[in-house]
Structures are given as C-alpha cells and as structure tokens.
Design a protein around this ligand. Structure first.
Ligand code: ADP
Length: 642
C-alpha cells in the first residue's frame, strides 16, 4: 500500500472544517468549565438547539441532572491528567424536552507546546439502540414469566459440537441452580429416568433418520427420588448434504396432568374390576338361582299337562300359584342381571331398520290375556301414511314395548282402555306411545319413576311388580339413541312414549329366524330311534328331562355330566341332537362347551342351547322361564319326529 501523502498546513484547516461540518457524530469543543465553544451541525441536530443557542452555554444545562456530576468529575480528571480520554453513556435533554441517550467520548486537545487546550466531545446517538435493548429485555422477561407459568422450557442444540442452549425454566424443571450450571447433555441425561433412556434415544434416532419432528413424554428423577413427567417436542434443521444442523424444541413439565391421568386410570381400572366382580357375581347368582327355579317351573308345567295323571281343581290352582311366583322371581333375576349388564356396558345391541308397527302387532298377542284379565281393551292407531322404519334392536324394542304395555294394563282401571300409536313427531324420529286410562302418577312422585326398585307406592296396591321395568326401559331406549318421556294426570291416566331415530327406508326388514345358531340334523330323519345327548350336572334337571322326553315316542336319552364326557359319549351314542346349557359362566366349562360345539358342527349334529332357548322370547315366558311344552316341541322339530 503506498504511503499517504502528508497533509499540508493549508489543507489541515479546510479538511478539519469539512470533517467537523459533515461528521455523522456530534462534535463539540468546550473550555475547561464545560462551556461550549464550537458545536457541529450533527450535535445541534441531536440536541435540538442551534449552534448560536449552544455556544457560550455549559454542558450541564443540557445534561440530565443525574448525569452531570459523573461527567464533570471525569472531565476534571482528564484535565488534571489523572486519566486519559473517557467514554460514558449519558442523557441529554433536548430543546423540546425529550430525553435522549448518547455515548459520549471526551478527549483533550493540546497546544503545540503540549499544554491542554480544549475538551473535545464526540457524541453518538444510542437512543434507538437502548430502546430496542429495553424492549428485548422486557420481552425476554415476559417469555421467562410465560415459561415459568406454563412450565415450558425451550432449548436449542447445535449439532456441530453438541452444545446446548436452554431457557432458565429448564434449569427449574431439572431443579438445578441456573447460576451454577451450564446446559449440557450430561446435566439433562443425569435426571432422565433410567428406564426411559432407551426410548429417548430411539425417538431421537428415528426423528433424525426420517427428518421428522419428535414428540415424547418421559420421566425425570429428582435427587430426592421424586418422579416428574416431561413432554418434549422438537424439530431439527439439516444441511443440504443431510447433516443435522440444529434442533429446537420445548420441554414441558406435565407431572400434574400425568398424575391425574394415572389416578384416573387407576380409579377406572378399580371401578372396572369392581364392576367385573359384580357382574361375575350376578351372572353366577343368576345361573344358580335360575337352575332350580327352572326345574320347579318345568315340573309344574309337566304336571299341568296332566300327562302324569289328572289334577284336582285345588291342585291346579296351587300349581298356577307356584308358576306365577316362579315366573315373577325369574323375571326379577333377569331384570337385575340386565340392569347390571347395561351398567357394565356389556349389553350387545343389534341396531337395524325395523317396522315399528310389525313389532307392535307381534307383541300384542303376548299381552292379550293379561289385558283380558283386567278387561282392558287395546287399540292400535293405524297410520294414514306408510311410516318410515325405526332404527332399533328388534328384541329390545319388543321388550320396551311390552314393559310399557304391561304397566298400562297393571296400573289401569278395570275395564280401562289403552291406545297405542306410532307417529313421526319431529324430523328424524318416530314416537311409539302407549296411553292408558289408569290411576296416573302423582306429580310429587314422578321424579322417582325411573329409579330402580322404586314403585311409587304401588307396592301397597297389591299390583305385581319389581320397580325395575321403567329404569330398564329408559336405559335400553337411550342405548339405542332414543329418548323416553311421559305425561300423567292422577286418576285420569298416563301416556308413556319412546322416540327412536328413523332409518330412512320404508321396506320392512326381514324377520330373524328363531334358532339361527344350529340347523336341524336332517340326515337322520326317518330313522326309527332318535338319540339325544343331554349335558347337565344338575340331577333335578336330568330327572325333569328324562320324564319330559319319556313322553316323546322313540327317543333314547343319554345324559352326561360334562362337555368332556359328551365328547366321549358322542362317538358311542352318535346322537341326533345335543342338549346343553351354554349359559354357564364358568370359563373352563365354557371352553369345553365350545370344543363340543365345534365337533358337533363337524359331524353335522344339531345342538340346542338351553340357555339361548330360555333367553329367547319365542321359547320362554317373559324372556326367561323355560317353557317345557315349547321346548319339547322344539326338540321334536330338531330330531325330525314332527
Ligand atoms: P313395576 O311396574 O314393576 O313396579 P316399573 O319400573 O315398570 O316397575 O314402574 C315403576 C313404578 O312407576 C310403578 O311401580 C308404578 O308405581 C309407576 N308406573 C309405571 N307405569 C305406570 C302407569 N302406566 N300408570 C301409573 N303408574 C305407573
């Protein structure tokens, strides 16, 4: 580089003048008392005063009062030669009153003989920079506060050297004093729960390999053994060649949320366990109670057929009482079990488009004798236009309808009337209503209507009932997406209705077959002897069946205690039909029953499930009591003697 040519003394004067006039920093000369001698245009611009206004005035007059002393002291030291040039950040008060921050550097100019001459000040405007800095600090403080409140920390990893930078909140989450530690991999790692380390490594490795964001929740262990849960979310940026550059993310302390989730899950699990235990108990109890009751009812029905000998009038009456009491008890057991099943969410529904009027018409014969006994007349309103189909479970809908209908009969006056209607009430819903002219329900007791076992005083009226019917009806209706409602006036009557969704189709659904589970074994029809294999461990039931089947000609009955024995007996007996009770709640016995059914299917041997037969309304009375007469005719149908 060529050496610069020396500046001539002529040049010095105008060169200095040019710099002084055009400098982008403010320049001022003052005497040792701080009185301005010369100020440049930029200085005037900064302070808002003209040079005429400033020259002859002291620096102190335009300096913020809090900054005067320090500036004066530093100036004195400079003049005294105890210090060199100095720089300080100070405030001026502009002519318009506005306070501005400047960075002032003061030096001493000397005469050629070395004597101090003037003070030279250089002034930079740092107002904007300070304001920006202040705003930045305020925003950082707000961010820190937000992170503290939300317990969310932020971090950044530089993959070049694996160095880290993270917010103070991460130190708080890790419970490490921020002023004594640096963000490092080890600092975080030492707090990670040992069992979660592999998961973190795997998640990070996958995210890096697939270049996807990551999100995982893991545990931290505090020095005192406390467990914290953190949710870590982040993403990584990559260079063009695929190397990872930086990762950014957040770490949120989600301990309290996680703890409530865990508590909730535990509460749910223990509720489910309790419910399962209750259900198992109910299922077992119901099985144990129904078995002897069915035997009682079966014998009563056999006696009633008078095949075993003629009965006297009194005996017939006693029999009827036994049967009424028995059926009532069975209904009660069945209802309680149903209620428990619904509560446990263990009820299976087959929702399909259904012709509601067909359900009404099919159900009416089942209740006619009950209505006749109280001289109640039943009227079904015929709709003027074809009704759309209802979305419901056919069997449950019939159960609901029969419940409402039997209440309308029971709580009606002798010789009363019942009106059944089915109408489209609001878009998308069909209403099935049952109106009676009965005793009605007093307003003050209406709130108890759907409470299980609550009979609203009917227990004193000698009307049979359990107080479960309406609660079951309501739960079933709601399970099918419907609603139940009522209106009642004491001594005038009540109307109960259910609203169920419309399917949108007008054609009726095909009716379900009575026994879809097994086809009769037609291969042996016409043979002389029919062989039945009966799997039953209850001696009373076995005797009942033996006697019942003795009434069918050409039937040989073989009885075994268990399904395992049945598998053996099947080979020896080659039965036409297997009778068994698949409703056994014992899982081991259920298992062998399943095997039995599989083998029977292979050999095309019909299986009649007594539990299904009992539960099917086509076979039973009111859905549970076994009907010996119908059971016998079903057996005959299956073995081909009818
Ligand atoms: P249950 O009829 O077995 O007692 P429900 O649950 O079916 O049980 O009905 C509960 C109570 O509601 C009945 O005991 C009766 O007091 C009242 N109730 C139900 N239906 C009617 C009705 N149609 N008219 C008057 N009262 C009724």
């Amino acid at each position: 580089m060529p050496a610069l040519a020396p500046i001539s003394s002529d040049e010095t004067a105008w060169l200095f003048q040019a710099i002084f006039e055009q400098a982008s920093v403010g320049i001022c000369y003052s005497d040792f008392d701080g009185v301005f001698i010369h100020v440049n245009p930029r200085f005037c611009e900064l302070t808002g005063y003209s040079s005429a206004e400033l020259e002859g005035r002291s620096f102190a007059e335009i300096t913020h009062p809090d900054d005067v002393t320090v500036d004066a002291q530093l100036g004195d030291q400079l003049i005294a030669g105890t210090r060199g040039p100095y720089t300080l950040e100070k405030r001026y008060i502009r002519k318009d009153g506005q306070v501005i921050w400047v960075r002032l550097t003061v030096a001493l100019s000397r005469k050629p003989n070395g004597e101090p001459h003037h003070l030279i000040g250089m002034v930079e405007d740092i107002n904007q920079m300070l304001l920006t800095e202040q705003a930045l600090r305020a925003s950082e403080a707000r961010l820190r506060e937000a992170q503290r409140t939300a317990r969310i920390a932020s971090y950044e990893i530089d993959h070049k050297d694996e160095s880290r930078n993270w917010s103070d909140e991460l130190f708080s989450i890790l419970e490490v004093e921020a002023s004594t530690a640096h963000p490092t991999f080890d600092l975080f790692e030492q707090r990670v729960h040992p069992q979660d380390r592999a998961l973190i490594q795997k998640t990070n490795a996958e995210a890096l390999a697939n270049r996807t964001p990551y999100d995982l929740t893991h545990r931290l262990v505090m020095p005192d053994g406390r467990i914290k849960y953190v949710e870590v979310r982040g993403h990584t940026t990559f260079a063009e060649d695929g190397t990872a550059l930086r990762s950014f993310g957040t770490v949120q302390d989600v301990t309290s949320r996680k703890q409530s989730e865990i508590a909730l899950r535990q509460a749910k699990e223990s509720a489910e366990n309790a419910n399962r235990a209750k259900m198992d108990f109910l299922a077992n109890m119901s099985h144990e109670l129904r078995t002897p009751l069915n035997a009682i009812l079966g014998y009563a029905q056999l006696l009633e057929t008078e095949r075993a000998g003629p009965l006297e009038q009194k005996q017939r009456e006693y029999l009827r009482d036994i049967m009424t009491g028995g059926r009532h008890l069975l209904e009660l057991i069945q209802d309680i079990l149903e209620l428990a099943k619904i509560d446990a969410g263990r009820i299976g529904l087959k929702i399909e488009p259904i012709d509601a009027l067909a359900v009404i018409t099919d159900a009416l014969p089942l209740i006619e004798s009950m209505a006749a006994a109280r001289a109640v007349t039943l009227h079904v309103g015929k709709p003027t236009i074809p009704l759309p189909q209802m979305l419901a479970d056919r069997v449950r809908l019939r159960q609901i309808f029969l419940n409402l209908l039997s209440n309308a009969i029971k709580y009606n006056k002798l010789g009363g009337r019942i009106d059944v209607t089915c109408t489209e009430i609001r878009p998308g819903f069909l209403r099935l209503s049952v109106r009676d002219t009965g005793i009605g329900i007093r307003p003050e007791r209406q709130s108890e209507l759907f409470v299980p076992f609550s009979r609203l005083g009917a227990e004193t009226l000698a009307i049979e009932g359990t107080g479960i019917g309406l609660s079951l009806t309501k739960k079933l209706t709601e399970l099918m997406g419907g609603k139940i409602g009522f209106q009642s006036v004491p001594d005038e009557g009540s109307t109960f209705w259910i609203d169920l969704p419309i399917a949108g189709a007008v054609t009726p659904a095909p009716a379900a077959p009575d026994y879809p589970e097994a086809a009769p074994s037609l291969a042996r029809v016409g043979r002389e002897q029919r062989r039945i294999l009966y799997v039953e461990d209850n001696p009373a039931h076995v005797r009942l069946m033996e006697r019942a089947l003795s009434q069918i000609p050409h039937v040989a009955l073989t009885t075994v205690h268990t399904a395992e024995l049945a598998l053996v007996a099947m080979r020896a007996v080659a039965p036409d039909l297997i009778l068994t009770d698949l409703g056994d709640p014992d899982p081991v016995r259920q298992d062998s029953q399943r095997r039995l059914i599989a083998v029977a299917e292979q050999r095309r041997i019909a299986v009649l499930d007594m539990a299904a037969a009992e539960a099917d309304e086509g076979m039973g009375n009111g859905g549970d009591a076994i009907d010996m007469v119908r059971l016998l005719s079903e057996i005959e149908r299956r073995i081909g003697t009818r």
